[in-house]
Design a protein around this ligand. Structure first.
Ligand code: UD1
Length: 430
């Protein structure tokens, strides 16, 4: 079997982007598959002990991280041209080494999947972007309510299911995306009914439910605050298409708006972008939804949206905060940002200031006072969406921007320099 993986060289060596700004974006592009859908679904492929085929799977370093975990556990994985085939028949381990766990946050979703399939699992705390403390207490509490015993052995969680998994009423104190996914996966094969209240409602939750239901699970209410899971004994492998990435779409639109451009984005689900599109409209952009496409026209100078408050879906997504802030850096007026999801999610502000932005941060609040123009600079990304923000700013800045820390970008954006170049941007990886 031929294995094709994310090219390590892209991550380790070819890690600088050079952007020559002020090229008006135009033309059309298709939006890649969603990272945040692909990752939990990859973990969920463990459940069936069968072969699953995932279409529209993005080629990202985080996907590569999940593939590495699956292979370590004994699965066979083939990934070519956006189609990933995973057979979990040969699963022969239930421990994930620290090095694989620390590559990304969503490695924790393998906990629920391994417990459902094998009844035991051990792993350390997950890694991921340093955008706040990112505890996993909600995951662990919910799993213990399903009958999982968890022993914290100096930072390694040793978990088992002494009496089997049993459906339970799980009330999340916050609608955590990851905790909701972990419970959905684990409870799919528990005995009896699980009810999650205050569940996350993100589109990626619905995609996971769609995948699991086509495998034979019985999940209802995904996308609503209460999710009901009737446990089943077995699941089968299926073919599933990953939904488009709404955050990549938001980033491309912000990049376009930053250049006063006009583009058409294809292969997306516009309704997933509701809160983001209204910010673009408030900024003076014209947004026309045409089926699974958006035609987007931005004015020469944007008006500053008044306030951007990140909230759980269907509120404004925290993942789009950084690219939108970069867009407002050059708009007319002042925008107030309130980051309600993560504690340390203004890591892009330093780079934006280097480019001439006028942004002040105080705790969870940032005030962006639009300036007349940004100028290129040598900047460094500190996290995934921060990297996207610096690209958005670079596209709209005079002169050359050099971006370091591209390894963060590669976690979530597939070949973004090629996409932007196809839209008329001047973006090169050196
Ligand atoms: C997912 C997304 C991420 C997005 C985030 C919020 C993936 C792979 N990642 O991350 O891109 O930014 O949703 O939309 O899908 N929390 C706790 N205890 C827990 C779990 C979470 O306190 O056990 C807190 C977090 O620290 C954070 C908030 O809840 O402040 C939201 O986290 P959560 O929704 O779980 O985000 P992730 O699933 O990590």
């Amino acid at each position: 079997m031929k294995y094709i993986y994310y090219s390590l060289e892209r991550v380790l060596y070819l890690s600088r982007l050079v952007i020559n700004g002020l090229k008006r974006l135009k033309g059309e592009a298709a939006v890649q598959g969603s990272k945040n859908s692909a990752l939990p679904i990859l973990a969920a492929t463990l459940l069936s002990g069968d072969e699953s085929i995932l279409h529209n799977c993005p080629n990202l370093s985080d996907v590569s991280g999940s593939v590495n975990i699956l292979r370590y556990l004994g699965c066979e994985v083939e990934f070519c041209n956006g189609t990933l085939i995973c057979s979990s028949r040969g699963l022969n381990r239930n421990h994930i080494p620290n090095s694989l766990m620390r590559e990304m946050r969503s490695s924790i979703i393998f906990l629920g999947a391994l417990l459902a399939r094998t009844g035991s699992a051990s792993m350390c705390f997950p890694g991921g972007c340093e955008i706040g403390p990112r505890p996993i207490d909600l995951h662990l509490k919910a799993l213990s309510e399903l009958g999982v015993e968890i022993h914290d052995d100096h930072g390694v969680f040793r978990c088992n299911v002494p009496n089997g998994l049993f459906g339970a009423k799980i009330a999340l104190s916050f609608p955590s995306v990851g905790a909701t996914e972990n419970v959905m996966i684990c409870a799919s094969m528990a005995e009896g009914t699980t009810v999650i209240t205050n569940a996350a409602r993100e589109p990626e939750i619905c995609d996971l439910a769609d995948y699991l239901n086509s495998c034979g699970a019985n999940i209802s209410g995904a996308g609503e605050g209460t999710i009901v899971i009737e446990g089943v004994k077995t699941l089968r492998g299926v073919s599933h298409t990953i939904i488009p990435d709404r955050i990549v779409a938001a980033t491309l639109l912000a990049g376009c708006a930053s250049t006063g451009g006009r583009i058409r984005l294809n292969r997306l689900i516009p309704s997933h972008l509701g809160a983001v599109l209204s910010i673009f409209e408030e900024s003076g952009c014209e947004v026309s939804v045409q089926g699974s496409s958006i035609v987007f026209d931005s004015p020469h100078r944007l008006s500053a949206p008044k306030i951007v408050r990140t909230m759980p879906y269907p509120g404004f997504p925290t993942d789009a905060q950084a690219p939108i802030m970069a867009m407002t850096a050059k708009s007319k007026g002042t925008t107030l940002f309130v980051e309600n999801i993560f504690e340390n999610r203004y890591l892009h502000v330093g780079g934006l200031l280097q480019m001439g932005a006028n942004i002040k941060v105080e705790g969870k609040v940032a005030v962006s006072q639009g300036v007349d123009c940004l100028h290129g600079a040598e900047v460094e990304a500190m996290d995934l969406r921060g990297a996207a923000a610096l690209i958005v700013a670079g596209l709209g800045a005079e002169g050359k921007t050099t971006l370091d820390g591209v390894k963060y970008l590669d976690r979530g954006y597939e070949n973004i320099e090629a996409v932007l170049t196809s839209l008329g941007g001047d973006v090169k990886r050196i």
